[in-house]
Design a protein around this ligand. Sequence first.
Ligand code: SF4
Length: 411
Amino acid sequence: MPPSTQLTRFGKAVQGSSCPTTIADLDVLGELSDGTAAPQGIYGHVPFCFHKCHYCDFYSLVDRRDRQPMFVQRLTEELRLAGPYFKRPLRTIFFGGGTPTLLAAEHWRTVLDAVRDNLSLESGYEFTLEANPETVHAELLAVLVDGGVNRLSLGAQSFQPKQLEALERWHDPANVERSVKLARAAGIWNINLDLIFAIPGQSLNAWLADLDTAVALEPTHLSCYNLTYESNTPMTAKMRSGAIRPVENEVEAQMYEATIERLAEAGFEHYEISNWARPGYRCRHNMMYWENENWWPLGPSAAGHIAGTRWRNVPRLDAYLAQGSWPPICDVEQLDADGRVGEELMLRLRLIDGVALDRLDELLAVGQRGPQRMAAIAQHIDGGLLQRTSDRLKLTKRGLLLADLVLADLL
Ligand code: SF4
């Protein structure tokens, strides 16, 4: 799942006996039916993985193959239910996970047939599948392309076995290049590579070597995230016990700054804190998140957002499979006006272009926290973390390194 979907919570949580059990208990379906809201995209979550990597806190479980048919049946049922509520063609679909390429080709054919039968897509749509380099093969790619997939996001993470081992990623780095070639041969030219830096034991030079290897594969897009120690992962427990030593903050900052420099030299546009694209290849799906648009979730643990209401399908495969009709949901929040402003600021300022001053003025005029936010913005401009240009407010180069701090002040 893209990190951008792990949104900070600042809405009013709906809890207790009135807690909804499915999306049918909320106003969302009515808003979709009468056209007051429409999703621009869909995020589908495939929860199967080879094994659980120790740094990962996404919902996934070890694939035993036996549950794939039931999962696919359930997913297609969700598609059939949701499709009639989408009154406008979708701009983007993204299947992440988990490891979507662990689903057998015949199952993808079923899912993609259901997509075609139940959804309409804009011309020039983007349809991305996340892929593990170990599981990309020609037969699967042929099915994907036939079903409309036109973008692949490969979890390369690193090209050095030592670093992959530190992450507990077990793919052969050579399979990244093999997958890129196979994808192109199948007709998919829009390819993202996911990379991770600040892996324990990784030097600045080792990271730059990874970047150079990635660039040499000529992807259209690169996502470069620093390793995050999520609160509930085995890797974090090892770090706390001293078994793993994180990369020093200073080295991590050097890695990030060197990434900005190296990818600019290679002709990539830096358009979001952790994302770079060849001109014309910004990820439309993630732009949808950062521009705070509406999207629909499919599959266990997938999160959705429609007109200020956020929710998540319950992150348990058994519960997802057991319930017919709409899937069970949790983490429902209905954002108030202030919450929506905070969320929009937090998301838009992740973009290198920042937020237009006209829009900023509109946002600061809403809700009660406007004066506080104005003061925080002034303080961060004085501190050199935000800059105001003739028409936009955006993070400075130093602000990119301390983005979490700045964005937290604007909530
Ligand atoms: S393959 Fe990806 S989703 Fe699966 S456990 Fe590893 S990091 Fe998490």
